[in-house]
Design a protein around this ligand. Structure first.
Ligand code: 4SX
Ligand code: FE2
Length: 332
């Protein structure tokens, strides 16, 4: 069966507990542009994004991710998505145009990994902000780059995304276990990556900035504001992807990454780069250890009805225990 023709990772909806606090963090400090707002929601984008939003922040009873959304090539791909998930006995729902501002008709599914995933083709194109340099501040985010999701079985997640037509760019592995994998539809290192752990959970949203100084500057700004507790890991240079990065936690604990300067993957014979789990440079090229919270903490996923998804336990050896930067300590 032909999968929907996915163009790229497009946006996510995060449920937050206090919209004013979230506005402070995402808009005032990080510098996201506000495309539109409602009493209970903000629609945000980076300065290169030509569609309506990369992120919806919506108030709700507990922090969670409502959905991750992929843009597909054409409206016929919505029927392809319904058929693809329907054939696997998974729930799918048609969402009428206009129910999400700036997004046309959509299909939302519960995927085999337990995530709520939206597919849409039509999108509004609001005013271009690319050359509104006068409006830029904070991390000067350009666009959404990727979703990183926590799954109990990374090999199964890889196989499922392969069936959706994603290419594989890089892995972390040993002879027995696939610990992590990076997969793409657009011509970069990834649109989605997998972290092993109890799942389904959202590990982080990766946002692209153009230059490494923007990664450093957001760290300086957070330091000045006594917001240093929002910085979780980095800044640094990834081994996997070669990107320059920092991970931040928002006021509800949702993790995001500011990510820059990965590489082109569009050739049809693009070779996979496989890292040993024992290589201390794989996750930080300078050999800095990953802190345990990065491996273990993540965001709850909501199902199609908006109910929190129960977690399935990790089915494989935990990288946090065996990786070169491993923490053998008590329970994973
Ligand atoms: O930590 S890794 O260097 O493996 C890594 C993590 C590489 C790229 C990413 O986007 C990421 O989140
Ligand atoms: Fe990432």
């Amino acid at each position: 069966m032909t999968p929907p023709d996915i163009i790229r990772s497009a946006y996510a909806e995060l449920i937050v507990s206090d919209l004013d606090r979230s506005r402070w963090f995402w808009v005032e400090v990080l510098g996201f542009a506000v495309t539109s707002e409602q009493p209970d929601a903000l629609y945000l984008r980076g300065f290169d994004e030509l569609t309506h939003h990369n992120l919806i922040l919506r108030t709700g009873p507990q922090p969670a991710v409502g959905r991750i959304a992929f843009r597909v090539r054409a409206s016929a791909d919505l029927a392809a998505a319904e058929a693809f998930y329907g054939a696997r006995g998974l729930r799918a729902a048609r969402i009428p145009a206009g129910s999400t501002p700036g997004v046309g008709e959509a299909v939302r599914v519960e995927d085999p990994l337990g995530f709520t995933v939206e597919f849409f083709a039509d999108a509004a194109h609001p005013e271009r902000l690319q050359q509104r340099y006068d409006l830029r501040r904070g991390a000067e985010v350009a666009r959404l780059d990727h979703f990183n999701i926590v799954v109990p079985d990374v090999r199964a997640a890889h196989e499922y995304y392969q069936s959706l037509g994603f290419g594989l760019s890089e892995t972390i592995e040993d002879d027995q276990t696939l610990y992590a994998a990076w997969m793409y539809r657009k011509q970069t290192v990834h649109d989605v990556a997998f972290t092993g752990g109890d799942g389904p959970r959202l590990h982080h949203l990766g946002f692209f900035a153009h230059e490494s100084h923007q990664v450093l500057r957001i760290c300086d700004i957070l330091g000045s504001l006594r917001g240093e507790h929002h910085i979780e890991r980095g800044p640094g240079r990834h081994g996997v992807s070669n990107a320059f990065y920092v991970y931040l936690r928002d006021p509800d604990g949702h993790r995001l990454e500011i990510y820059t300067s990965d590489y082109y993957t569009g050739d049809p014979d693009h070779p996979v780069l496989r890292w040993s789990v024992h290589d201390p440079r794989r996750r930080d090229f300078w050999g800095n250890a990953v802190i345990p919270s990065w491996y273990t903490e993540a965001t709850t996923v909501l199902d199609l009805d908006g109910k929190p998804r129960p977690l399935l336990p990790e089915k494989q050896t935990a990288e946090v225990r065996v990786g070169a930067d491993g923490f053998p300590g008590p329970a994973r």
